[in-house]
Ligand binder design. Sequence first.
Ligand code: KIV
Ligand code: ZN
Length: 569
Amino acid sequence: MIANPATKYAPFAPIALADRQWPSRTITQAPIWLSTDLRDGNQALFEPMNAERKMSLFMELVRIGFKQIEVGFPAASQTDFDFVRRLIEEKRIPDDVTIMVMTQSREDLIARSVEAVQGAPRAIVHLYNATAPAWRRIVFGMSVPQVMDLIRHHVGYLKRLTDAQPATQWTLQYSPETFSATELDVSLQACHTAIETWGAGPGREVIINLPTTVENATANVFADQIEWMHRHLVPRQHIVLSVHPHNDRGTGVAAAEFAMMAGADRVEGCLFGNGERCGNVDIVTLALNLYTQGVHPQLDFSDITAVARVAEECTSIPVHPRHPYAGDLVFTAFSGSHQDAIKKGFAAQDPNGLWEVPYLPIDPADLGRTYDSVIRVNSQSGKGGIAFLLERERGVVMPRRMQVEFSAVVQRQTDASETEINGSEIWALFQQTYLRGTAGSSDAIRYHGHKLDESGQGIELDLSIAGQRQQVRGHGNGPIAATVDALGLPLRVDSYEERATGSGADAQALAIVEAALDGVAGAGFGVGMSHNIVTASIQAVISVANRLQARRQPSHSGAATAATADTTA
Ligand code: KIV
Ligand code: ZN
């Protein structure tokens, strides 16, 4: 990079449009969309699409709902010519879809393009020529009057050819290529030359398509240019004002949105922003931006993943994992605070209300994405995501303090493994951490069975303590208190929760006990799971006793001794 870029790059001069209206407008309806995936998008591929790929992308564009599709540059490529013929001869073009073919301003190319679309009920012929000073001077060596002669001559030629084929309903699209770098009065003159030569009027609309062939200024400058053209084009009511933004500055979407606010009726672009250099404007993002403002885009992206896969197969260009709305990772929250907020948002979301789940600008379900991928857990994640997964996949609702405790356990695991952890692994870790003291475990106190006396206040526990099978008895005002008493430990139960998980024959009671043990800092949780709620409660007490004992210094060992080390809590 050079020290002073101002010696090499000139800023784009602002447009004199003091009373511009577009900044205070909002977009209230979808534009007419034109997909140029099969032309501009195709031209930009390492390996242009073959006939089969073109056909499957064409069918997908039709399925999505495009009513205008630029199907190729038939005068420049035999594949494109044959493809257009095939569309027409095999009657692949639905009645409500119009195809467009592009041609440079040369008689032989115009004639070949018209030949390509012969027999189509409707066709748009897209004629273009470059108008900006650098192209006039460096590329073509033409003055402004010569450019106007070129347009007049070639639009006139196209008019004569198409007038001779009245069975097709013909529309002219004229693009002053490099519009965004052209003086506005020259662009206007070029467009008026095309419009007058073609003879725009009732039932004979002309599409004036204004490209940022190379994006060269901030998006507001383009909006000013469009508003200026919108005000000056005549006869405006018979002109469809179209824009064709590229994305060299990464602001193609903003430019298109501002242009719609400034008077554009139609937008040309490609799926996922494919196209020359940094791409054409991304129609998926534009359309879904509209959708999230409450405006239906009239395009169907309800299975966005399927659309992405078709586009990838046809173009061999992968959709970036963080592509707006469509990327594999865009409905995935790794950060703990985000996960927490999303979890709360899902819980609070009124199914019939306005969407307001934090961090998710759109309901993934509207795009055919499931919530499965919403929460993923790695070492950056917090309690929210973990709790969400356990609740959704296992029906386990952890009390808040337990969420904090367990998230530290998960974090130790993910820090050590340096990988993500999925729902089943979290569940395994949960069981290993909290379902302690079962008969087959290696814990100090293991539960084999119990008997309650008739009053429900006396209990006999069948346990293994430090490897020795024994029966211990206790009393209390319920099974939990009686179990604590039977264990003979200075254990204080602080909270108890129970709930059912699963349903029918699979239903299990889940008991969660929070307790503290004298001589052990802090409290801890234990869980019991059983078809019987009393059994689950007793197991939860034994579990937390094991966990707290394992944290205790050896000198404090009480009745139930020789605890095994708790490596997970
Ligand atoms: O980017 C461009 O200027 C074009 C024109 C031919 C419209 O693709
Ligand atoms: Zn283009």
